[in-house]
Design a protein around this ligand. Structure first.
Ligand code: NAP
Length: 522
């Protein structure tokens, strides 16, 4: 967005340094009284450029009259930018505008020598326009139009699929983008579907359209330069999901292993109908190569239901837990569903004890909390033969958990107890599954008085990962116990997903490093 020559050229230099391949100069703010500045900027642009003066009636910032806007575009156009962007509505409305624009862009009847191409564009900041297809046809049929550009606000993840379909069907170079929080996939996957380009801001805070992200985010986090027609797509489904750390770890994992994949946040509102319709549509759209997802709150039970209704192969323990967090599609198109949380909570303890999963029948485990995380943890330990006591503030919830998990396959026992009884617990393993001690209340602990059992034989495991070392872990470490952080659980559940999706070992060291970086930047 141009305010002055100096600022624009300084920003342009940064864009070039960060790896942009083209610059769009938005001259909305200067077109009325500094159109000579626009000419200088085009002349000195460090990269091939697009010149756009977006009118306020199309969502831009230019408030002046059409003759002034046209004059500014014409002057900039004479300096031969790579492209001039004109709104389809303006182009269709005014013969005068068409005539003037045709003087400066390249087309069949052009007599001057110019290489500038015409982008005809259409934007809707509210919704998918009902006449979208007619707009595309009008652009396609306009002989002077070299590039078709469509942008509209996505109302759900499903809108992205229509953008991909427009790109696939296009006979001219095309840009098809969805705006807003549901549209990120269209921006990241533009290259996979052969779009002319995607737009990015200089950074995440200086963007020119809703849902646009910064250059570094699209290039480094979302791997823009590595994506191609065969890239497999994965994501994290949740609501809300924008603060999830999973895109950072999985995309770093794809980089590290050279796997041709990309992992996106996938916001789906919390109703079952939204989940079913969106996931179904993404799985059905084969050109997307959508091959798997992490599923988090509030959709973990929806994933199981989806699996039941779509003949997925479901891990029986996930069914028993009543929640699943992992979806993958194998090469034959078969859906698989699993819960990687329980193993991620079981294996670090087995490793600390130097035992296998089936060698813990004598283990006494105290689980603190009876929510969603506790459910997976308790099921995993009890299934493998340990004696688990669930300590919870609301005793009935702990009792419910114990009753609902009881099954014939369960080898261990599950007992419910009130939270106050925890101080006298005789366990070897203590696992906190409550948010007590989580950022920002880092001085809180579920065990203000450490039970006597917490000594050098004990293992204390906090599922919280922010902070990595909670007060509970610091106290336990001081008492001589072995400690395990929630970071390890997070890394392991993600690693198990990565391995199912890619068939490769996950780079767990890299996952942990990325997670630490993410936590440090909060
Ligand atoms: P949840 O379903 O809301 O359950 C929270 C549990 O904590 C409930 O049993 C609740 O007791 C108890 N609780 C909450 N505040 C309390 C307080 N002030 N005093 C006493 N008990 C309290 O949450 P969740 O999904 O199970 O998640 C719990 C924690 O697990 C999260 O905070 C997260 O840090 C951790 N987690 C970590 C990972 C990982 O990969 N490392 C994965 C998932 C979750 P009541 O029943 O009495 O309300």
């Amino acid at each position: 967005m141009v305010d002055s020559i100096e600022q624009a050229l300084a920003d342009g230099a940064i864009a070039a340094e960060r790896g942009a391949q083209m610059i769009e100069w938005r001259i909305d703010r200067i077109a009325a009284d500094q159109s000579d500045a626009a000419e200088s900027i085009v002349n000195q642009s460090p990269l091939p450029c697009i010149v756009t003066c977006r009118a306020a009636w199309e969502g831009g910032e230019f408030e002046g009259d059409e003759p002034t806007r046209l004059a500014a575009l014409e002057r900039a156009g004479l300096n031969q930018p790579a492209y001039l962007d004109i709104e389809l509505a303006a182009y269709q409305r005014s013969a005068n505008l068409r005539q003037k624009v045709h003087l400066v862009v390249d087309h069949d009847k052009q007599v001057r020598s110019t290489s500038t191409g015409l982008i005809l564009s259409s934007h809707d900041f509210q919704r998918r326009p009902s006449d979208l297809i007619r707009r595309v046809a009008a652009m396609a049929e306009a002989p002077a139009c070299r590039v078709i550009k469509l942008a509209w606000r996505a109302r759900s993840l499903r809108d992205n699929l229509e953008a991909f379909e427009l790109l696939r069907a296009a006979h001219k170079p095309t840009i098809a983008l969805c705006m807003g929080p549901f549209g990120l996939a269209s921006r990241v996957l533009a290259g996979k579907f052969g779009a002319l380009l995607t737009f990015a801001g200089l950074d995440d805070d200086s963007v020119t359209a809703p849902g646009q992200v910064g250059l570094e985010t699209i290039k480094r986090l979302y791997r823009w330069d590595s994506l191609g027609p065969r890239t497999q797509v994965f994501g994290v489904i949740g609501w809300p999901v924008e603060h999830s750390m999973s895109p950072a770890i999985h995309n770093a994992g794809f980089d590290e292993t050279g796997f041709d994949g990309v992992y996106l946040p996938m916001p789906i509102p919390d109703q079952w109908e939204s989940f079913k319709a969106t996931l179904g549509a993404w799985l059905d759209y084969k050109p997307l190569d959508f091959r798997g997802a992490s599923v988090t709150i509030p959709h973990k039970h929806h994933l199981l239901r989806f699996g039941e209704e779509n003949s997925a192969r479901i891990n029986p323990l996930a069914r028993q837990i009543g929640a699943a967090n992992t979806l993958w599609v194998d090469d034959c198109g078969q859906l698989h569903i699993d819960n990687t949380d329980y193993a991620a909570a079981l294996d670090p303890v087995c490793q600390a004890l130097g035992r296998g999963r089936d060698e813990i029948a004598d283990l006494e485990v105290a689980v603190i909390g009876a929510g969603g995380a506790a459910r997976a943890v308790v099921a995993g330990y009890a299934h493998h033969g340990a004696s688990v006591t669930v300590y919870n503030r609301t005793l009935e919830r702990a009792e419910q958990l114990a009753t609902s998990l009881a099954s014939d396959e369960q080898r261990g026992s599950i007992t419910a107890a009130p939270l106050e009884a925890l101080a006298g617990a005789h366990a070897t393993v203590f696992i906190n599954c409550t948010p007590i001690g989580m950022h920002p209340k880092t001085q809180a602990t579920p065990l203000p008085e450490l039970p006597r059992a917490i000594n050098s034989d004990a293992i204390v495991f906090d599922t919280i990962y922010n902070p990595i070392e909670t007060r509970l872990l610091a106290d336990a470490r001081a008492a001589g116990a072995k400690v395990i952080s929630g970071l390890e659980m997070f890394v392991r559940q993600g690693a198990a997903q990565f391995e199912r999706w890619t068939g490769q070992s996950a780079p767990v060291e890299r996952f942990a490093e990325v997670l630490r970086e993410q936590l440090a930047s909060l």
